[in-house]
Design a protein around this ligand. Structure first.
Ligand SMILES: [Zn+2]
Length: 107
């Protein structure tokens, strides 16, 4: 594990396909792409400066301010459990499993 993520001044937000790590002291952030397949290692972006972070709890979204004037913004959605945004693919996988269980192993 990377030691910089255990610091107290680091905030992390989980979105559906990545973990966003914000260092509130140096005002830098990076994204770690979540490894959902289990076949490859997680990929992290480099640390990039940011100028503000706005979390909207009601809509479960957040906005990262990429420049000082706030004209460059990055918006993403917070992953929650259960998550409507990524439950669709999970449901598909579960129902395929269910179908196989009902039909039994095919020859
Ligand atoms: Zn999700």
């Amino acid at each position: 594990m990377e030691s910089d993520e255990s610091k107290n001044d680091v905030t992390s937000i989980e979105s559906c396909n990545s973990v966003w790590i914000f260092d509130t002291q140096t005002m830098e952030f990076k994204r770690r792409i979540r490894n959902l397949s289990g076949e490859t290692e997680d990929v992290s972006t480099d640390w990039r400066p940011y100028f503000g972070l706005n979390v909207d709890e009601s809509s479960k979204s957040f906005v990262v301010q990429l420049n000082e004037s706030g004209t460059r913004l990055l918006k993403s959605f917070i992953h929650k459990d259960p998550c409507t945004r990524c439950s669709e693919s999970n449901t598909t996988e579960i129902s395929l499993e269910e179908i196989n269980r009902v039909l039994g192993p095919r020859e």
